[in-house]
Each structure stands twice: as structure tokens, then as C-alpha cells.
Design a protein around this ligand. Structure first.
Ligand code: FAD
Length: 316
């Protein structure tokens, strides 16, 4: 089986979620070809081999430097033709989602996003996907024709035992119609770690009593190299900026570690964090619902626990 994986590059490196997609593809079995766009060194791209790719196609054309969804979908369709891929794998993300939808239409493929497990191929090709913000699962049959699979963040373990992959330039016959939307420039709004991409998040809730107490959250986050988040009421009250609001109506995060401080764990908050690999909850109320979703919990006063935790981490 030939599998094509769309890998996303950030600051010259393959994103963690894309390495997960590569390892997922390798787990299916077959010839895994990855495709990447924009600026990245040969060395950075070859690293996809460690995660399980046999080959990496690199579209270095300037036009593909900045995330143009139409252009990516067209180039992926060309790569599907070249590789003869029946299965296309990518990470579910703000870029992966629209690219996969356009690609599905272009190549007439079936599409399942938010997939959490390797397919069951015993009787066709069935994948399990997370639905209703993680509260239920659906098994989806993708046996017929080409298929696109969007992997939920943290759903696959990144392999590290492969050899470097061969990197080949991939030229796409770019059509002007694919560049109707032109990204003229991109800039980060702040120098902070971006919450949707963060691998570590420290988040605070109403239990912190007021904006003046966020110093200890920032201190813990800085010590860990984490992004900061918050619950909805906290941003509604302007204790924290709205771009930090995590949950069903805010940012959905998928870090390796989510530390929730003084957050009760309402269902709307959990909807934004339930893709996290590990959740640590610090709350003074042992009955707080968040403890049911936590991997580790500390029952205690945040004002005592957080500074001690930060000091202990600094001392490591
Ligand atoms: P609280 O519920 O007030 O909880 C504070 C917690 O802090 C308590 O558990 C308390 O025990 C603990 N605490 C108090 N003092 C301390 C201390 N000294 N040390 C340690 N712990 C302490 N919420 C979101 O977060 N994100 C969303 O996207 C979102 N979307 C919503 C959409 C809709 C349509 C609706 C109706 C609600 C939504 N909400 C959302 C709100 C949600 O229902 C909760 O009201 C909210 O998450 C509660 O925020 P909180 O946990 O910070 O505050």
C-alpha cells in the first residue's frame, strides 16, 4: 500500500503533530511518502524517516512558502498521482482540516478526521474517530476508493527508530487559479508561545481570585517553557486576554501536559483540553469535577502549591 503524509513545517522543523501522522502511517504498513512545503533543511526533512517515512517530497517553490490552502490541496493531488497513494494521512489542525476537505473533493476521496486509532483492516478499512468534542466515538468505514485520514493530536506515538529518509525535490505545475488567495506576509502577534501549538500549558481559573495573582502562573509557565491559558470567565472578566481562553468556545489545546490551576472542570472547559496527553489538576476542592479527567491531581490551595511546585522544578 502506498501512503502519502502531508507534513507541516514550523520555523524550519517538522511539527510534532505531523511526526505523529507519519508514525501513524507507518503503523498502517506500506510505503510511506511524506510531502512538505516551504523552508526546511534537508536534515530537518530527513528526520521524518526516524518517525517512519521512506521518502520525503519537498516543494521548495517560493509560492508555497506561506500556507495557501488551495495550492497545498492541488500539490497534494499531484503527489497522490505521482505516488499512486490510496491513503493520505495528515494531522488534524487549522491547516490540515481545510486542506484535507479540498483535497477530498479534488481526488474524490472519503475523509475521516479526528481519528484516534490505527485502522481495523481485518474486513476492509475501518477507523475510529472522536466525535462530540471527545465524548463519543464513531467507527467509520473507508474501504471504498481513496481515503484521507486526519489524526487527532496525541493519538499516535512518534516512532524514533527509523533511518533518515531520502529527500527529493517535488516540482508542482502551479496553476494561477490555486493562488487566488495570496498570503503577502505573516507575523506573530506576540513573542509568546502560541497556545494552539503549545506542548505544555499552564492554565488558571476563577480560583485565582484576580488578575493580580497571575504572576505565579506565569512563573510556573516560564519555568516549564509553557504557554499560559485560562477559563472563560477569567477572560470574560478581562483578567486575561481573550486569546488565552481555553474550551468549547475558545482555543482547543492538545499539549503533552496541561496543568489546570483553580479551574473547576466544567464540561465546556474540558471540551477544549481532552486531547491533552496528561492533565494535572490543582484545586482546593477534592470534589472538583476536573479531578475525574485528571491523570494527576493535587488537592490544595493554589497559592501554596504553585510556588512550591515552581521552586521544586527550578531546583531540578
Ligand atoms: P469556577 O467554576 O468558579 O471554579 C473555580 C475553581 O477554583 C473551583 O473548582 C474552586 O474549588 C477552585 N478554587 C478556588 N479557590 C482555590 C484556591 N485557592 N486554590 C485552588 N483552587 C481553588 N468555560 C471555559 O472555561 N471555556 C469555555 O470554552 C466555555 N464555554 C462555555 C460555553 C457555554 C455555552 C456556557 C454556558 C459556558 C461555557 N463556559 C466555558 C463556562 C463553564 O461552564 C464554567 O462556568 C467555567 O469553565 C468555570 O470557570 P472556572 O473553573 O475558572 O471557575
Amino acid at each position: 500500500m502506498s501512503i502519502l503524509v502531508f507534513i507541516e513545517i514550523s520555523e524550519g522543523e517538522i511539527k510534532k503533530s505531523s511526526l505523529e501522522a507519519v508514525s501513524y502511517a507507518a503503523g498502517i504498513g506500506g510505503e510511506v511518502t511524506a510531502i512538505a512545503f516551504g523552508e526546511a533543511s534537508q536534515e530537518a526533512l530527513a528526520a521524518a524517516g526516524k518517525a517512519g517515512a521512506n521518502k520525503v517530497l519537498h516543494v521548495a517553490d517560493e509560492k508555497y512558502k506561506q500556507g495557501n490552502i488551495q495550492a497545498y490541496a492541488s500539490a497534494l493531488a499531484a503527489a497522490v498521482d505521482t505516488t499512486g497513494a490510496e491513503t493520505i494521512v495528515l494531522a488534524k489542525s487549522s491547516l490540515g482540516d481545510p486542506v484535507s476537505a479540498r483535497l477530498a473533493i479534488k481526488i474524490g476521496a472519503s475523509l475521516a478526521s479526528n481519528v484516534t486509532e490505527l485502522p481495523d483492516t481485518s474486513n476492509g478499512f475501518t477507523v475510529k474517530r472522536s466525535i462530540y468534542t471527545g465524548k463519543a466515538f464513531a467507527n467509520v468505514d473507508l474501504t471504498e476508493g481513496k481515503r484521507i485520514i486526519g489524526i487527532k493530536k496525541n493519538a499516535a506515538i512518534i516512532k524514533e527508530d527509523g533511518a533518515d529518509a531520502a529527500v527529493e525535490a517535488f516540482a508542482v505545475n502551479a496553476e494561477d487559479a490555486d493562488f487566488k488567495v495570496k498570503v503577502t506576509s505573516q507575523e506573530k502577534a506576540t513573542g509568546e508561545i502560541l497556545l494552539p501549538e503549545a506542548d505544555l500549558v499552564v492554565s488558571g481559573g476563577r480560583g485565582l481570585k484576580g488578575p493580580e495573582n497571575w504572576g505565579m502562573i506565569e512563573d510556573l509557565a516560564k519555568t516549564l517553557g509553557a504557554a499560559t491559558g485560562c477559563s472563560k470567565p477569567v477572560s470574560d472578566m478581562d483578567w486575561r486576554p481573550h486569546h488565552e481562553h481555553v474550551g468549547q468556545t475558545g482555543i482547543k489545546v492538545a499539549p503533552s501536559l496541561y496543568i489546570a490551576v483553580g479551574i473547576s472542570g466544567a464540561i465546556q472547559h474540558l471540551a477544549g483540553v481532552n486531547s491533552s496527553k496528561y492533565i494535572v489538576v490543582i484545586n482546593k476542592d477534592p470534589e472538583a469535577p476536573f479531578f475525574k479527567a485528571a491523570d494527576y491531581g493535587i488537592v490544595g490551595d493554589a497559592f501554596e502549591v504553585v510556588p512550591k511546585l515552581t521552586e521544586a522544578i527550578k531546583a531540578l
